[in-house]
Design a protein around this ligand. Structure first.
Ligand code: BGC
Length: 752
């Protein structure tokens, strides 16, 4: 808590100043007028202050810092030299900090409070890649809505999500944070998440500003190594990487974050092309751009800026509006303007954008809009949020294989063995982005199963993580100790069914978690093979934040489900699926490779000049591995079985081509299916992929029910970007396929 003297000082200071500022603003009509009116009152340092973001740096409810960097940051707050902070959450903390700035700085401009609310805040939903696997846009939007309700109740009004980076490289740890390899799916998921976070009205206390990140190309880091260079041509930039950002902008996203990487030699933070030209000018984005953490400063290490001052100049000219933790703007922009190196109009533009979002959030009407003790108590870990997380989690599970109908398990099933260190883990299902949440709060698999049956015996088989599990430390995995194997094998031998949960810890994926091997870390594969040697009735649950190589499992294990990192309700969701209370409906948003050497791997490849000619040598292939995925994009099974028939194509109206298909649930169990439509533009002025997702619909079908599903293809789906960024639609022949995955469906054609 602040001392009483400090409190009194804050109170006295506030009177008059705030009243003066707000009355001045109130006389203006529109938000733009209000922004202009306020801007006219600001000194240059105050303007630059709005462009400065600091990390939360001390416990604001504790004593004010008195020395070093923290002291300087503290004084910047009261001088109006900070526009927003990140990583400060909780009503008490947020209120104290907001009060300090609103009451003590000259103009009292409220702070924005940003945080990585990536898949929930306290209550965690599945990681974003898992959510994308649901292909359920309503559920995804709802999940983001819940995250906004819970985080805003803790004082947050801005999330650094959704990440809309497309990635084809499972080695890159951050694939867990996006929607996978496909641009079209990525666009739809990104928009759903923006809508969920921002809601209908941003000024409501339970909606928060969203961030489309990271502009651009971050998912194409060379060799999947995080922070590495990105070298992609305009074809990929315009057709694969940028569309999800454009869709987020069209959906009204309020902020965009630039990225750590260089793109074709230019750090994204200094890319005028990406920020000022494409985003702000061509797309008309009227929100603001936040740098990534110290990405302005990192331009020095990239060898692009001589020093921090040079970096500030380059970033601001390129259109990066707010500096996260580089201290570049706050320390150097004033001098740069005075020296005539940076135009004040560039500063004004950035500040206008920032103030506009603050007005839209309603912060000038009430800077304490997001701080309400009662709401915090009511919303944090609210039961309805757990329910939503459970619903999202069960929809995110993907069944890869189910031979011999091992699943669903009967509720009367006796002698079930559960094996694997992850089965009892209450921490790793939370994933790596659980910054606001509490460790060890997930429902473990064992706990989830216990709600169904008590006829379960557990053996961990082997330890998994040795020592600390932390966001900032490398994990230490058990690579050698197999002393628990005999007990696990003995249990498997006397059981009817074995459920094995293997895979990655939550901290194996995420930022800075690139891998060269896509296997089960440690001795887990050995454990799987040892158990298999005595009991082949294995249901394998793969907990992971990225596609893994499951080649051995695919050959031997009858039932395999990808259970990702499913968040707070993980164990309950998995149990529902295993016992058939929920019929799995997820589909892979990323291809699962046969071998790491295939990566980057994606379904929408080019035909090449040497397409498949099996049995010969000189075609585009590997001599030691197939080209295709082990489990392709869009793949996912259900306990039901769906048949596709009667494809009808009506291309009489070239602006709205109708493709209709009948889908039948020819099983005895009600289920859901994601009906997927892919097209191929056979000949074009730039070569086009052999297939591209251009429509999908998730439908529910009762046992034996048939439904007709219709898709409409317009210019948006049929065109593509040329190398100068122009969008064109070209006449000619198209193939179309509608089906259950990117590799299975019924085909037709039409002419444009
Ligand atoms: C990440 C961003 C994140 C930021 C703030 C960076 O390291 O790349 O995605 O929003 O930190 O936590």
């Amino acid at each position: 808590m602040f001392s009483d003297t400090l409190r009194q000082r804050l109170l006295v200071f506030s009177i008059g100043l705030i009243a003066m500022t707000t009355s001045y603003i109130a006389s203006a009509d529109t938000i733009d007028d209000k922004v202009d009116a306020l801007l006219a009152k600001m000194t240059l340092p105050e303007k630059i202050g709005q462009m400065n973001q600091y990390n939360g740096f001390w416990d604001v409810t504790g004593p004010a810092p008195s020395e070093g960097d923290a002291e300087k940051k503290f004084s910047h707050l009261t001088q109006g030299l900070v526009g927003s902070v990140l990583n400060v959450s909780g009503v008490e903390q947020v209120r104290e900090l907001q009060k300090l700035v609103v009451e003590e700085s000259r103009l009292g401009i409220p702070l924005m409070f940003g945080l990585d609310v990536i898949h929930g805040h306290k209550t965690l939903s599945p990681i974003p890649l898992a959510e994308a696997a649901s292909w359920d846009l309503q559920a995804i939007e709802k999940s983001a809505r819940v995250a906004a309700i819970e985080s805003s109740a803790r004082g947050i009004n801005w999330t650094f999500a959704p990440m809309v980076d497309i990635s084809r490289d499972a080695r890159w740890g951050r694939v867990m944070e996006g929607a996978g390899e496909d641009t079209y799916l990525g666009q739809k998921v990104g928009v759903a998440r923006v809508k969920g976070f921002q809601g209908e009205d941003l000024s409501k206390p339970d909606t928060i500003a969203a961030t489309a990140k990271h502009l651009a190309g971050y998912g194409f880091s060379e060799a999947g190594r995080d922070y590495n260079l990105v070298d992609v041509g305009n074809y990929t930039l315009y057709n694969v990487i940028l569309p999800p950002f454009k869709s987020a902008v069209d959906a009204g996203v309020k902020t965009v974050m630039n990225s750590f990487n260089t793109l074709n030699g230019v750090p994204a933070t200094a890319s005028k092309l990406l920020q000022r030209d494409i985003l702000k000018t061509q797309w008309g984005f009227d929100g603001f751009i936040i740098s990534d953490w110290a990405s302005t400063k990192e331009m020095i290490y990239h060898g692009y800026s001589e020093d921090l001052k040079h970096a500030a100049e380059q970033a601001v000219k390129a259109g990066s509006d707010m500096d996260m933790e580089s201290y570049a703007y706050v320390n150097h922009l004033q001098e740069l303007v005075q020296e005539g190196k940076v135009k004040e109009s560039h500063i004004d533009d950035a500040v206008r954008r920032i103030l506009k979002v603050k007005f839209e959030l309603g912060l000038f009407d009430d800077p304490y809009r997001y701080v309400d003790d009662a709401r915090e108590t009511e919303q944090v870990y609210n039961a309805a949020h757990s329910q939503a997380a459970l619903d999202m989690a069960k929809r995110s599970i993907v069944m890869l294989k189910n031979e011999q109908n091992l699943l669903p398990l009967s509720k009367e099933q006796k002698k079930i063995a559960v094996i694997g260190p992850l089965a009892e883990d209450k921490n790793s299902p939370l994933g790596s982005w659980r910054i606001g949440s509490d460790d060890n709060t997930a429902v473990s698999l064992l706990e989830g199963l216990a709600n169904y049956t008590h006829d379960i015996s557990y053996q961990k088989g082997a330890d998994f993580i040795l020592g600390e599990q932390s966001f900032i430390k490398e994990l230490v995995v058990n690579e050698s100790d197999t002393s628990g194997f005999p007990d696990a094998v003995a249990l498997a031998k006397e059981s009817d069914v074995v459920i094995m949960m293997l895979g990655e810890h939550g901290f194996h994926s995420g930022e800075a978690r690139s891998r060269t091997k896509l296997d089960f870390p440690g001795v887990q594969q050995e454990l799987l093979e040892a158990v298999y040697a005595v009991n082949k009735n294995i249901v394998l649950l793969v907990q992971t934040g990225r596609p893994l190589v499951l080649d051995w499992a695919e050959k031997h294990i009858p039932s395999i489900l990808v259970t990702w990192q499913l968040g707070s309700q993980s164990g309950n969701a998995i149990a529902k699926v295993l016992f058939g209370d929920y019929n799995p409906s997820g589909k892979l948003p990323m291809s699962f490779p046969r071998s790491v050497g295939q990566v980057p791997l994606y379904y929408n490849v080019m035909q090449t000049g040497r397409p498949v000619t099996e049995g010969t040598v000189f075609w585009s292939h590997y001599i030691d591995e197939r080209n295709d995925a082990l489990f392709p994009f869009g793949h996912g099974l259900s306990y039901s079985h769906f048949t596709y028939s009667n494809l009808r194509i009506d291309d009489s109206n070239k602006k709205a081509i109708k493709v209709t298909v009948d889908v039948t649930n020819d099983s005895a169990m009600d289920g859901e299916e994601v009906v997927q439509l892919y097209i191929r533009d056979r000949v074009a002025s730039l070569t086009r992929p052999i297939k591209e997702l251009k429509g999908f619909e998730k439908i529910s079908l009762k046992a034996a029910e048939t439904e007709s599903v219709q898709f409409t293809l317009t210019d948006d789906e049929l065109g593509f970007y040329q190398l100068d960024g122009n969008f064109v639609v070209e006449n000619g022949d198209f193939d179309v396929m509608v089906g259950t995955s990117s590799m299975s469906g019924i085909a037709g054609e039409f002419r444009l």
